[in-house]
Design a protein around this ligand. Structure first.
Ligand code: GLC
Length: 543
C-alpha cells in the first residue's frame, strides 16, 4: 500500500513471507494485543498462558490480524501483572516454559502472524537478582548504581530525596533498610514500590538490555513493544519539579541514543524486525521524535485514543499525526484501547451508542494510512467491567493513582452460557470474575451471528486488506457536513464518520458503499454514530 522508503535498511522477511513490494510488514499491519493472563487458559488455573495463546491462534488468523503483541510473560511476582520483571530471559511457570513460547511462536509464524513481545527497560521487579544485590550492598557501591539510590532529606534522612510522584500514586521513593535492618537510603520507583527504576546512566544497564533483545531476536520474535519508552532517564540533579509528575521528568534527550543503539541491533537481523514505543506525549511531534529514521520504527498514537467523540477532535489528530510522521518519514499508528485504559465502547458512552461509536471509530482508523493496534476483546464489543473492590488487583488502584485498570483486563469469553465461558477447561473460575451478561458476547455466540461486532471486525479487516492494496498513503480531507469527518485515501477510498447527533448528508466524493459500521438506510445520508467506506466517486480505476 505504501512505497518502500528509499532508505529502507531492513532485509526481506523470511517467515512469514515478505510482501511482494518489500514494504516492511509493520508499516500497515493490524496488530492485536494479547494481555497474557486474560486471553486463554490451557491448564485450568484461571490464568491465561502460552499454550492457551497457541490454541487460539487460528481464531486470530481468521479474525484477519497480521501480528500479535503479547504483554510480559517473564518470571515475575506479578505485582503489576508482569510489568515487574524478575528475569528477562525466561517464561514464568504460570504461563508455561520457553519451549511453550517457542511452540507458540512457530505456530504463529506458520499461520502468517508476526509476534511482538514486551520489553520493560524502565524498571525491574524488586525480586530481580540485581535489586537483591543492590539492597545487600553499601551506599555508593556498583550494585546500587544500577538503580537510583539516594540519601533522604530532613532529619535523619527521613524525607524522600525530592517531590517526585509515582504514576501509580504516592511518593516515587521508598526507603530501604541498611544491612543492619535500619532505615537508610531511598530508591526511585516511578511506578509501584516493587518496580525500582534502573539507572540508565550506568553502561551496564544498556549492555544488559542489548543482550536481552538479542536473546529474543535469536529465538525469532518479530519485534518489541517498549514499556514506558519515554521514561528511562530522569534528570540527573533529581531536582524538585513544579508538579512532581512525570511530564517534567520523562522525555530526557539521552533516551534517543538508546533507541539508536536498538535500531542498529534490530537491523542486524533479517525480516524487518521492529520496535514500537509506549511513549505518552503531549503532542504528535514529540511522539515523532521517537521514530526518526535511525530510532524506533513506531510509537503508539495515544492522541487518537485520547480524542473525545467529536469530528473536530478526530480531524485534529489525523492532521497533526500525518504531518508529524511525514516530517520523519515514518508510518502512523492508531489505537483505541489497551490494557491501561477504559475500553473505548465505555468511553464513548457505553450501551448501544458506545458500541455503534466504537465500530465507527474502528472503521475510521482502519481507513487511515499506517498500522492499527487492537486490544483483545474489542472485536467482541466488550465494555469496561465494574470490578468489585475485593477482586481488585491493580497496584495503581491501591496506590490511589487511578480508578484502576482491572475493568479492561477481565478474561475473554470464548463459548458457553456462564462463566468461565470456556476461558479455561472445566468450571474453574478465572482470576477476575466475568459478568454473566457476557454469555451473549462470547466468540462462539458472535460467530453464529452475521450482525455481531465480531462479524463486523472480520469483514472490516478482510476488506481493509482488499481495498488498501495499491492505495498510496496520501489523505485528502473532504469538505463534509458539520459534525462529520471525511477523507479520501489515494484516489480509491472515501471514509466518512458522523459524530454529530443527526443524520448527515454524504459528500459528493462518496460513491458505492464498501462497508458501513451500522446500516445505511437512506441513500446519500450517513446516520449518527456511524462511519462508512465508499469507493471514491472520482476514482481512476485501473484498466
Ligand atoms: C506501562 C504498562 C502498564 C504498566 C506500566 C509500568 O504503562 O502498559 O501496564 O503498569 O508501564 O510498567
Amino acid at each position: 500500500m505504501q512505497t518502500p522508503r528509499a532508505t529502507a535498511e531492513h532485509s526481506a522477511a523470511q517467515t512469514p513471507p515478505a510482501a511482494a513490494d518489500q514494504t516492511p510488514w509493520w508499516r500497515d499491519a493490524v496488530c492485536y494485543e494479547i494481555y497474557v493472563r486474560s486471553f486463554a487458559d490451557a491448564d485450568g488455573d484461571g490464568v491465561g498462558d502460552m499454550a492457551g495463546i497457541e490454541q487460539r491462534l487460528p481464531y486470530l488468523a481468521d479474525l484477519g490480524i497480521d501480528a500479535i503483541w503479547i504483554t510480559p510473560f517473564y518470571p515475575s511476582p506479578q505485582n503489576d501483572h508482569g510489568y515487574d520483571v524478575a528475569d528477562y530471559c525466561d517464561v514464568d511457570p504460570r504461563f508455561g516454559t520457553l519451549a511453550d513460547f517457542d511452540a507458540m511462536l512457530a505456530r504463529a509464524h506458520g499461520l502468517g502472524i508476526r509476534v511482538i513481545i514486551d520489553v520493560v527497560p524502565n524498571h525491574t521487579s524488586s525480586e530481580h537478582a540485581w535489586f537483591a544485590r543492590a539492597l545487600a550492598a553499601e551506599p555508593g557501591s556498583e550494585e546500587r548504581d544500577r538503580y537510583v539510590f539516594r540519601d533522604g532529606r530532613g532529619i535523619d534522612g527521613s524525607e524522600p530525596p525530592n517531590n517526585w510522584r509515582s504514576i501509580f500514586g504516592g511518593a516515587a521513593w521508598t526507603r530501604a533498610d541498611d544491612t543492619h535492618g535500619q532505615p537508610a537510603q531511598w530508591y526511585l520507583h516511578m511506578f509501584d514500590a516493587t518496580q525500582p527504576d534502573l539507572n540508565w546512566h550506568n553502561p551496564e544497564v544498556g549492555d544488559e538490555f542489548e543482550a536481552i533483545l538479542r536473546f529474543w531476536l535469536d529465538r525469532g520474535v518479530d519485534g518489541f513493544r517498549i514499556d514506558v519508552a519515554h521514561g528511562l532517564f530522569t534528570p540527573v540533579d533529581l531536582a524538585d519539579t513544579a508538579t512532581g509528575d512525570e511530564a517534567s521528568i520523562f522525555h530526557q534527550p539521552e533516551v534517543h541514543e538508546v533507541y539508536r543503539r536498538w535500531h542498529r541491533v534490530l537491523a542486524e537481523y533479517d525480516g524487518d524486525r521492529m520496535a514500537v514505543a509506549e511513549a505518552w506525549t503531549d503532542s504528535p511531534e514529540t511522539t515523532a521524535s521517537y521514530i526518526r529514521a535511525d530510532e524506533l520504527q513506531q510509537a503508539f498514537n495515544f492522541h487518537w485514543l485520547l480524542a473525545e467523540w467529536s469530528a473536530e477532535a478526530f480531524r485534529d489528530v489525523v492532521v497533526q499525526t500525518l504531518e508529524a510522521v511525514g516530517l520523519v518519514d515514518a508510518s502512523a499508528t492508531w489505537v483505541l484501547s489497551n490494557h491501561d485504559v477504559v475500553r473505548h465502547v465505555t468511553r464513548y458512552g457505553g450501551g448501544e451508542t458506545g458500541l455503534a461509536r466504537g465500530r465507527a471509530a474502528l472503521l475510521t482508523m482502519l481507513a487511515l494510512p499506517g498500522s492499527s493496534y487492537l486490544f483483545q476483546g474489542e472485536e467482541l464489543g466488550l465494555e469496561q467491567v465494574d470490578v468489585a473492590p475485593e477482586h481488585r488487583e491493580d497496584p495503581a488502584y491501591f496506590r490511589g493513582g487511578s480508578e484502576g485498570r482491572d475493568g479492561c483486563r477481565v478474561p475473554l469469553p470464548w463459548a458457553g452460557t456462564q462463566p468461565p465461558f470456556d476461558f479455561g477447561p472445566g468450571s474453574g473460575q478465572p482470576w477476575l470474575p466475568q459478568p454473566a451478561e457476557w454469555s451473549a458476547l462470547t466468540v462462539s455466540a458472535q460467530s453464529a451471528d452475521p450482525h455481531s461486532t465480531l462479524a463486523f471486525y472480520r469483514r472490516a479487516l478482510a476488506m481493509r486488506r482488499e481495498v488498501n492494496r495499491g492505495l498510496d498513503a496520501s489523505v485528502v480531507l473532504l469538505d463534509t457536513a458539520p459534525g462529520t469527518l471525511g477523507f479520501r485515501r489515494g484516489d480509491g477510498l472515501v471514509c466518512v464518520i458522523n459524530c454529530g447527533g443527526q443524520p448527515a448528508r454524504l459528500p459528493d466524493e462518496a460513491g458505492d458503499v464498501v462497508l458501513s459500521s451500522s446500516p445505511l438506510d437512506e441513500p446519500g445520508t450517513l446516520p449518527a454514530d456511524t462511519a462508512a467506506w465508499f469507493r471514491a466517486a472520482t476514482a481512476t480505476r485501473p484498466g
